[in-house]
Design a protein around this ligand. Structure first.
Ligand code: PNS
Length: 159
């Protein structure tokens, strides 16, 4: 059984995330999409809301599971016998940060990181930009899955 984790903040999940998750699910026996709290970022959605949206948008992928973790990602991987992390790389700007984390995660627990290049359709896409555009009334319909779009508009209307 070859299992990988696909970690992130997913606040909220975008079409770019979903593209990586779908492609990873074709390559690995099981993909665990795990929501971790990035201490540097304040969330628009709670972790439970992010999990709900991830479950909805991956419901058609039988080998994809959704979970959350606290603490170090490598501790989560160790506890579940997961040997590798899958990450999407959008542009060179992602590389330095991702390389640092990949090397640290290997150093900490010999957990490997496998990089997948983003689909060029989504290489400019990140959750924080989606939130900013939606906040100021821009159209993000094509950037996030439909169930996320509805929730995003509802949440921004409350704030
Ligand atoms: O979507 P993001 O914000 O790029 O996700 C980053 C995340 C949550 C995957 C990363 O911050 C993480 O792995 N955090 C868990 C804490 C941890 O293991 N830190 C050490 C990384 S070397």
């Amino acid at each position: 059984m070859h299992r990988v984790v696909c970690p992130g903040s997913f606040d909220p999940v975008t079409n770019g995330h979903l593209d990586i998750i779908r492609r990873a699910a074709r390559l690995h026996d099981e993909v665990l999409v795990v929501v971790g709290a990035n201490l540097a970022k304040e969330g628009l959605f709670t972790v439970e809301e992010r999990l709900t949206m991830l479950r909805e948008v991956t419901a058609d992928l039988p080998n994809v599971g959704v979970d959350k973790f606290t603490g170090l990602l490598v501790d989560y991987c160790r506890a579940r016998n997961v040997p590798a992390i899958v990450k999407g790389l959008r542009a060179v700007s992602d590389f330095e940060y991702e390389l640092e984390m990949a090397q640290m995660n290997y150093r900490l627990a010999e957990v490997e990181t496998l990089f997948m290049t983003a689909n060029p359709l989504y290489s400019f896409l990140r959750s924080s930009l989606v939130k900013e555009i939606a906040k100021y009334g821009g159209d993000v319909t094509s950037l996030v899955p439909e169930p996320v779009h509805g929730r995003l508009l509802a949440r921004l209307a409350q704030s």
